[in-house]
Design a protein around this ligand. Structure first.
Ligand code: GTP
Length: 323
């Protein structure tokens, strides 16, 4: 293949990279695109090893690829999805991306040469940075959407739908592996009065503040969700009734002692908390566990609020809700 053909104006003007190497990986040609992005001149690298000119190439991998192109006389490919880039070339876009390097689709082609001429391989480098950045945005958006789908919009703890799904899964796990599992349900005391006194924004502020404060008191493995207006649930995997009661007592005391500053006013509130333990028996569903914790919660309301009540086995009905 003549050098004149390799340096045709079309190759020079191409908006993709072209590098030609021989069977010893020495550079026989590279076009203006590579000169520009790689900050080098063809004259300065002609005949030099590809691997000495481009430091950081995945040498063993690329040699294997190029060898197979020569041996099989068929093209080989590498897409940015498999390997973000082969040649460490900076991209020239004023865009924000997690990478400063050009994402690339590369094609390695065997070039037809005369029988007695040295075999050549052409490496085509297509700039795929736009696709890479678009894909990054898309993945980030999907992660955010997925998170939003699980979160309560106001308090950022799990929303009811997701939290109940978690409870079903944890019950399934506890059944299967005979693990203990407990549930805490709590409700803010006299929240209606708080709303009346500080306005709905004050009420919202308290829900957000307490959610964040209570989250900080829990283990990473505990699952905290908003069950309804001012009612929340915490699933405690691998925790029996005594352990759950201890956690509930700690939360109850910490919240009662937690002053919240809203519009230069200090707000204090308390919780009524019900605790129930999962009973590993057949047909015990997540609804049953919620019902047991709910009974205990209403007992806590009934017996004066700002306290923890545990569900006692055998209780079968709600005590009347306190006024
Ligand atoms: N600010 C605010 N208030 C809410 C929200 N969801 C529910 N509420 C209010 O919470 C109050 C709950 O009142 P009740 O069910 O009577 O209970 P309570 O006043 O807390 O009294 P006890 O539970 O018996 O201690 C209602 O006034 C609801 O409007 C919310 O997202 N933001």
């Amino acid at each position: 293949m003549s050098h004149a053909m390799l340096s045709s104006p079309i190759l020079a003007a191409l908006n993709s990279g072209v590098i030609v190497v021989d069977d010893e990986y020495n550079i026989q040609y590279l076009n203006a695109f590579i000169e520009r992005h790689g900050n080098l001149q063809l004259a300065g690298v002609l005949g030099k090893s590809l691997f000495s000119v481009f430091a950081d190439l995945p040498e063993a991998w690329l040699k294997r690829k190029l060898m197979s192109v020569l041996d099989l006389k068929t093209p080989a490919f590498s897409s940015w999805e498999q390997r973000q880039y082969i040649f460490k070339l900076p991209h020239l876009r004023p865009i924000t991306s997690s990478s400063q390097y050009m994402a690339q689709n590369c094609t390695m082609l065997p070039l037809e040469t005369g029988q007695h001429e040295q075999p050549l391989i052409c490496i085509l480098i297509e700039d795929a940075t736009d696709a890479f950045v678009y894909q990054q945005h898309l993945s980030r958006t999907l992660i955010e959407l997925e998170k939003a789908n699980r979160q309560d919009g106001l308090t950022k703890v799990q929303n009811r739908r997701y939290w109940e799904e978690q409870l079903k899964q944890e019950i399934h796990r506890a059944q299967r592996y005979q693990h203990s599992l407990s549930l805490i349900l709590f409700d803010l005391d006299k929240f209606k009065d708080l709303n009346d006194k500080y306005g709905h924004l004050g009420g919202d502020f308290v829900l957000v503040e307490l959610s964040s404060f209570i989250s900080s008191l829990l283990r990473d493995s505990d699952l905290f969700g908003r069950y309804g207006g001012e009612e929340f649930g915490i699933i405690l995997p691998d925790t029996g009734l005594d352990g759950a009661e201890e956690v509930a007592e700690r939360i109850c005391r910490a919240v009662a002692d937690y002053p919240m500053l809203f519009n230069q006013q200090t707000i204090r509130t308390t919780l009524s908390i019900g605790v129930a333990e999962f009973v590993p028996k057949q047909h015990f569903l997540h609804d049953d566990l919620i019902r047991c914790a709910d009974m205990a919660l209403y007992n806590a309301k009934r017996s004066g609020r700002n306290r923890v009540c545990c569900y006692q086995a055998g209780e079968t009905d709600y005590h009347k809700k306190a006024n």
